[in-house]
Design a protein around this ligand. Structure first.
Ligand code: NBP
Length: 474
């Protein structure tokens, strides 16, 4: 027989996706540039299902049933373009190429056109869940050619994880929409992790709590509204000791790395003019963490507050939890607004409730919370901001007092909480019908004759500030 689906690129992600498909009963053609990876996969896991290994791309393509469908799972960037060209040379009209890597959505749109010109169908599919997700069932965000997606849907929806009987995989939208949504997912993941890190820093710096004590606190938090994969693994990382018996986390270098999806999300937010402060702060916090030598020097030269001077206090720790939850709501509200704006701007027609649905399982940001987001969009699919939904409004209002107290405490004690505090600043800015930008417009008109509008009449106006001071209609 022939294979139902092909996987090209057999590093961790590709190999695990191939195993996932084979375990679900599909025949899987596998190929990797370096044949050793293919041999290793077959030697270790060949018995898990029907694999069709090939040494070259010609044999790989020939081992697939028509119309063929190939998932590319190689390093994002030029390798994807190279593999697409190699495949185009072998495939026939109507065959499908699926890019499952973390490609930049504008690259995906370009590749969609390239394939269209070659009569090949293209699906750009975000895959989330890391290694384990790829194997056990990831969350999948396919975009591009809808008809092509419908054809591979019976396979990929089986590969994806299901929550309450609903697969965490659905068609997202045209051209780069799938990879775009995956990018925002990763941006939200950055914000989520930064918020967790700030909560950790507060407990460690203010009270001198040790890793084990904090692990117990995060375990408690997981039993409530914050129930999520990231909180669960935070408890696990804090609990882990190394061969010396000391907490591993205390020996890990405090310099965060990044592969780029958070930065892309922030860059796109700036381009679209969407206030996505939590994600952007998270990207900058990683950048500051990378200035390790500079921080070392600064600690010696700049005076800083004493540490661990407060007695651990249950009410204060609960307040940190509430501040974390409220800030997290803001981060998601911002990320969802970014997708809404992108959808309008790029003509994608995204169904925002679907994103919450497919992120409930498989992916890194999976959380009980996403059910609440889905419900919010079920109540109102035109919801302009999650904070305007009753559930989230009530949650933030309930947490507000604690949120402010925690930020005051952080500021007074010199603990940097950029994501907590920028989330609160966003909230405070959002809930005011009249902000201070009237003055800004006045300044712009003064130095640049940029004009302003008035509350009391229609039209645009300019004041002749440095001439006779009269106002003229612009
Ligand atoms: P990597 O991103 O580490 O890429 C390694 C794979 O790319 C190998 O199969 C390698 O082949 C192949 N490759 C390279 Br590098 N250059 C190539 C070229 N010029 N032509 C053909 N193949 C080439 O693998 P990964 O970590 O499995 O991730 C795959 C994709 O999935 C990436 O886009 C990644 O961002 C994304 N992703 C990863 C995760 C995760 O948790 N790791 C999660 C979600 C998404 P070789 O063996 O011959 O060198």
């Amino acid at each position: 027989g022939l294979a139902d689906i092909g996987v090209l690129g057999l590093a961790v992600m590709g190999a695990n996706l191939a195993r996932n498909a084979a375990r679900k009963g599909f025949g899987v053609a596998v190929f990797n540039r370096n044949h050793e990876r293919t041999e290793k996969l077959i030697a270790e896991y060949g018995s898990e299902g029907r694999f069709f290994p090939s040494k070259n791309i010609e044999d790989f393509v020939a081992s697939l049933a028509k119309p063929r469908a190939v998932i590319i799972m190689v390093k994002a960037g030029k390798p994807v373009d190279d593999m697409i060209e190699d495949l185009i040379a072998q495939l026939e009209p109507d065959d499908i190429i699926i890019d499952g890597g973390n490609s930049l959505y504008t690259d995906t749109a370009r590749r969609f056109k390239r394939c269209e010109d070659a009569n090949i169908r293209f699906v750009g599919m975000g895959v989330s869940g890391g290694e384990e997700g790829a194997l056990e069932g990831p969350s999948m965000m396919p975009g591009g050619d809808r008809a092509a997606y419908e054809r591979i849907a019976p396979i990929v929806t089986k590969m994806a994880v299901s929550v309450d009987g609903t697969p965490c995989c659905t068609y997202i939208g045209p051209d780069g929409a799938g990879h775009y949504v995956k990018m925002v997912h990763n941006g939200i993941e950055y914000a989520d992790m930064q918020l967790i890190t700030e909560a950790y820093d507060l407990m460690k710096t203010l009270y001198g709590l040790d890793a084990k004590a904090m692990s117990d606190i995060f375990t408690d938090w997981k039993a409530g509204d914050l129930d999520s994969y990231l909180i669960e693994i935070t408890a696990a990382v804090l609990r882990k000791t190394d061969s010396t018996g000391k907490p591993l986390v205390d020996s890990i270098v405090d310099e965060a790395e990044q592969k780029g999806t958070g930065r892309w999300t922030a860059q796109n937010a700036l381009e679209l003019g969407v206030p996505v402060t939590a994600i952007t702060e998270a990207v900058f916090a990683r950048a500051l963490s990378g200035r390790r030598a500079m921080r070392g020097e600064a600690e010696k030269k700049l005076p800083h507050a004493a540490v661990a001077t407060r007695k651990p206090d249950r009410a204060e720790i609960d307040a940190i939890r509430d501040a974390l939850y409220a800030s997290k709501i803001v981060a998601y509200a911002q990320g969802f607004e970014q997708m809404a704006v992108a959808s309008n701007q790029y003509g994608w027609n995204l169904t925002l409730g679907d994103m919450a649905t497919i992120w409930r399982g498989g992916c890194i940001i999976r959380a009980r919370f996403l059910d609440r987001i889905k419900e919010a969009y079920d109540r109102d699919d035109k919801l302009s901001n999650l904070l305007l939904d009753d559930y989230f409004r009530d949650a933030v209002v309930k947490a507000e007092d604690a949120w402010r107290r925690v930020i005051v405490l952080a500021v007074q004690n010199g603990v940097a909480v950029p994501a907590f505090s920028s989330a609160l600043a966003y909230y405070d800015g959002l809930r005011r019908a009249r902000g201070p930008a009237n003055l800004l417009q006045g300044l712009r008109d003064y130095f640049g004759a940029h004009t302003y509008r008035r509350l009391d009449k229609e039209g645009s106006f300019h004041t002749r500030w440095s001439q006779d001071g009269t106002e003229v209609e612009a």
